[in-house]
Structures are given as C-alpha cells and as structure tokens.
Ligand binder design. Structure first.
Ligand SMILES: Nc1ncnc2c1ncn2[C@@H]1O[C@H](COP(=O)(O)OP(=O)(O)OP(=O)(O)O)[C@@H](O)[C@H]1O
Ligand SMILES: [Mg+2]
Length: 245
C-alpha cells in the first residue's frame, strides 16, 4: 500500500482492508514498513501487545512468527516495526516477509516518499495498491509513484481513491474516482468516502461498522479476494438511489 504523498490513508486502508479480508476467512498479516513513523500497531489498537519487531527477527532475538501480534477484533496478525529497523536493507526486509508463516495476504504499509523506505517496501511486494485522495498534489504524487513502480517486477498495480467527498464531486469541485482512474490509466479497485467516524474510531484502535466507509471497504475486500477490478463508487450508487426515490 503506497502513495508517494503522506497522510492520504495508507495505514488506515491497510488496517481496514486487512480486517475485512480476515473476517471473510482469509489468513492476513499486516506488515509495518513505515519503520521510522510506524503506527499500524496504534490504529489497530495492538500497540501495547507488541513484544518483538522486525529488527528483533533480523537480530536473531526471535523468529518471525513470534513477532506477530494478534488483532483483538479479527484473526489478522500484525508484524510491527520500530525506529531500530531504519537501517534494514530491502533484501533483509524481504527475507523476513518470506519467512512468515503461510498467509493468504501480507499487506505492507509503505512509508510516504520514494526513498529507501519505499524501495524496501516495494521490493518485498508482489503487487501494489496506490492510495490517492482527490487533491491535486496527491494525484500528482500517485502518478509519479505509478511510473516508479514500473521499474519493479510487480504483477499488478491498482488504485484506491480515499477520502472522496460525494457532495464536491456532484458540484464538479473535485474529480470523481472514475476520472482519477482514467487520468492515471489504472483500475480503481476501491472508492472510500470521507468519513468523520474513521478518525474518531481510529483513536480507539477500531473502525466504524455499517458506515459509508465500512461498506466501501467491503467492496474493496471483495475485489482483492476475488481478484477482480470491479468499480464500485459508493457516492455514485447513493446518487442513483436518490434519483429513483
Ligand atoms: N476515509 C477517511 N475519512 C476520514 N478520515 C480519514 C479517512 N481515511 C483516513 N483518514 C484520516 O486521515 C489521517 C491520515 O491517515 P493515515 O495515517 O492512514 O495516512 P497515511 O497515508 O498512512 O499517512 P503517512 O504517510 O504519514 O503514513 C488519519 O487521521 C485518518 O484517520
Ligand atoms: Mg501511514
């Protein structure tokens, strides 16, 4: 899960998608590759249960499976990192991920930027999901990242458009998720609306259930599990419903 630009929702999308996949029966591990500013453990509420991290695995203080932290709300596992992991090479990082027990999905939460942290995370991945918001700077950075990703042997790259404001899309004040995907010539597999509840619930290490973003994450998880790229724009669906009513 990468983006170029910071603060667009990579960690939030990683955690929310991970829980949806786990609840659907997949074996999921979330890997915190944002080693300097790691907060995947915080947004999942697992912070206090962290004993070991990726650095401990590489130093031989524990095995990879021993560093995994169980999620309190689902069967997913979290592989934490810390500042001690800053000097880890891309190769060593990939080796830790390869040594994890069998999982259906390992979601790697990439740091912002396109430096070593980005390289480390992308080198360990098979596929990329680029998270983008409808702001001009996010779109520009996501576009640069998509170009950079072409130099890695990834099987696939797709987009998740986060923090979509249906009201602004309707007024033509921001691009729609479909337009963003079209501009970048990349399939949009998730459209997550702006949802105040996300920020509120995140402080408690959880996610809102039955909110617009929750339904949007269910569609994203369906695409990931079924390996489809169906475009579900939650904002657009609601507009259709209103029109019929
Ligand atoms: N759909 C959403 N609606 C409202 N707020 C959101 C949504 N998605 C994410 N946020 C909020 O945006 C902020 C940034 O999210 P997050 O930390 O996931 O971004 P990030 O891309 O991982 O940032 P960084 O680049 O620093 O790692 C958080 O406060 C989060 O609650
Ligand atoms: Mg993050």
């Amino acid at each position: 899960m990468t983006s170029g630009k910071g603060g667009v929702g990579k960690t939030t999308v990683t955690a929310a998608l991970g829980r949806k996949l786990a609840r659907a029966g997949s074996r999921v591990v979330l890997v915190d590759a944002d080693v300097g500013l790691n907060n995947l453990d915080v947004v999942t509420g697992a912070e206090r249960r962290v004993v070991y991290d990726i650095g401990d695995v590489l130093a031989g203080r524990c095995r990879a499976f021993q560093a995994l932290v169980a999620d309190s709300e689902s069967s997913l596992r979290i592989l934490p990192s810390s500042r001690d992991c800053l000097s880890i090479s891309a190769q060593a990082f990939s080796q830790v991920i390869a040594s994890l027990p069998d999982f259906d999905f390992a979601l790697i939460d990439c740091p912002a930027g396109i430096e070593l942290g980005f390289h480390r995370a992308v080198s360990a991945a098979d596929e990329a999901i680029v998270v983008v918001t409808p702001s001009a700077s996010s779109i520009r950075d996501a576009d640069k990242v998509l170009s950079l990703l072409k130099s890695y042997p990834l099987k696939d790259a797709s987009l998740v458009v986060n923090r979509v404001r249906p009201d602004l899309v309707r007024k033509g004040e921001t691009l729609s998720a479909g337009e963003i995907g079209g501009l970048m010539r990349t399939p949009v597999i998730g459209v997550i609306p702006e949802d105040d509840a996300v920020t509120v619930y995140q402080q408690l290490g959880t996610f809102p259930i039955d909110s617009p973003s929750d339904r949007a994450y269910a569609y994203l998880a369906q695409n990931v599990i079924e390996r489809t790229k169906t475009f579900h724009d939650v904002a657009f669906r609601r507009r259709l419903f209103r029109f019929r009513a």
